[in-house]
Design a protein. Structure first.
Length: 153
């Protein structure tokens, strides 16, 4: 990583555009990148429920192209799929998602309709004290737009 960045800076300096390096790399790193990284980490792993269930210990968050460009480059929003079969190349994660959703385990995957839905989920008020220990609180899922099979049972 250090060598690649040194080469990039050297090439930019040789061509007279050294100022592009801090502009395109360090400024985002020190500003909005930290926010985007935090939002992505929340979407992937917060309030997921059963850490023992491979279909529920991470979340896939569906994203429109613009949100995907900023928050989930390289298709990292397909996080359940990544955890289930880690050797799948990132560009094939959407295909894997479609395949898994069409199969017998599709209803087990934890999928959120949007990053906004995940933020609603993680910021919703928790239920009564008697709800402690539930996998993921039903009212939180419903508030965020997620309704799962066990919610209706």
């Amino acid at each position: 990583m250090l060598a690649a960045n040194a080469i990039l800076f050297g090439l930019l300096a040789i061509t007279g555009y050294w100022w592009l390096y801090p502009l395109l790399w360090l400024v985002p790193l020190l500003t909005f990148f930290q926010l985007f990284l935090r939002l992505r980490n929340i979407a992937e792993h917060a309030v997921v429920g059963d850490k023992e269930d491979p279909f529920r210990h991470a979340r896939t968050t569906l994203a429109d192209p613009l949100t995907g460009f900023f928050l989930s480059p390289y298709w990292v929003n397909y996080h359940v799929e990544h955890h289930l079969i880690m050797w799948v190349p990132c560009y094939n994660l959407p295909k894997l998602h479609t395949f898994l959703m069409a199969g017998p385990h599709g209803d087990k995957l934890l999928v959120s309709p949007s990053y906004l839905g995940v933020l609603r989920l993680v910021t919703a008020a928790s239920g009564s004290d008697g709800d402690r220990g539930k996998r993921v609180q039903t009212e939180r899922r419903r508030y965020s737009g997620l309704v799962m099979e066990e919610d209706t049972a």
